[in-house]
Ligand binder design. Structure first.
Ligand code: PEP
Length: 255
């Protein structure tokens, strides 16, 4: 059975002092996490090192929200994979829809970043998902297939198992609107069949696929209870220690 991964995407929230407060609350709410569930928080760059230090005596891991695909050089404002591993990151979010929408992230850059993360033993959390217009047009399955296919281009079946996919329908991110459990399961099963075509059945079964889009304690059980949903990428609710801890507890119960 795949292990659940419960990941918090803090977006552009929580500099070091707010991060300390949130992590303190999380440690109070969830002093121990079952070994069947992986928990991850993804603070902004400036709060990564302090979060790693703060969480060193817990099982909660830390990830970044982006990386650059070059190793170093004249790329003002960017951060490389080796810098993230040096800061203690275990994962990195790649291709979040907000980065695709506002910062020119493309399927090609997502693929380059995924390769770079793998080269540096950072677990890539690759985000895919359609807009409401694309869903209404009925092209959401093809679009997600193209995004997954592009992200995994050139990645062998061994490394593919280290990639986490986050299916995040754009219309459900930060809107309070959630995909129904059936809609989530349908897309997750589709992604698994795309992976099966790209690799084989075992690989497709081994890759973790998270759901993201207004997941909260009130809907987490139904969503995480779906056969092909292996965890959640959680924005808003991860900024509240109690809510995030409740979602972790739900994942523990379902494990
Ligand atoms: C996200 O930012 O990845 C996300 C899913 O946000 P929210 O949970 O707030 O919809």
């Amino acid at each position: 059975m795949r292990r659940f991964l419960i990941a918090g995407n803090w977006k552009m929230n929580c500099g070091p002092s707010d991060a300390a407060g949130l992590l303190e609350g999380l440690k109070e709410q969830k002093s121990e996490v079952s070994e069947d569930v992986d928990v991850l928080v993804c603070p902004p760059y400036v709060s990564l090192s302090m979060s790693v230090n703060y969480l060193h005596d817990t099982d909660i891991q830390v990830g970044a929200q982006n990386l650059h695909f070059e190793d170093n050089g004249a790329f003002t404002g960017e951060v490389s994979a080796s810098m993230l591993t040096e800061a203690g990151c275990a994962y990195v979010i790649i291709g979040h829809s907000e980065r695709r929408q506002y910062f020119g992230e493309t399927d090609e850059s997502v693929n380059k970043k995924t390769h770079k993360a793998i080269d540096h033993n950072l677990g890539p959390v690759v985000c895919v998902g359609e807009s409401l217009e694309q869903r209404k047009e009925g092209i959401h399955f093809d679009l997600v297939k193209d995004q997954v296919t592009a992200a995994f281009d050139g990645i062998n079946e061994v490394d593919a198992l280290d990639v986490v996919i986050a299916y995040e329908p754009i219309w459900a991110i930060g809107t309070g609107e959630t995909a129904s459990p059936e809609q989530a399961q349908e897309m997750h099963a589709h992604i698994r069949s795309v992976l099966s075509d790209l690799y084989d059945e075992d690989t497709s079964e081994g890759v973790r696929i998270l759901y993201g889009g207004s997941m909260k304690p009130g809907n987490a059980e139904e969503l995480l209870g779906q056969k092909d949903v292996d965890g959640g990428l959680i924005g808003g609710a991860s900024l509240d220690a109690e809510s995030f801890a409740q979602i972790i507890t739900i994942a523990e119960k379902l494990s």
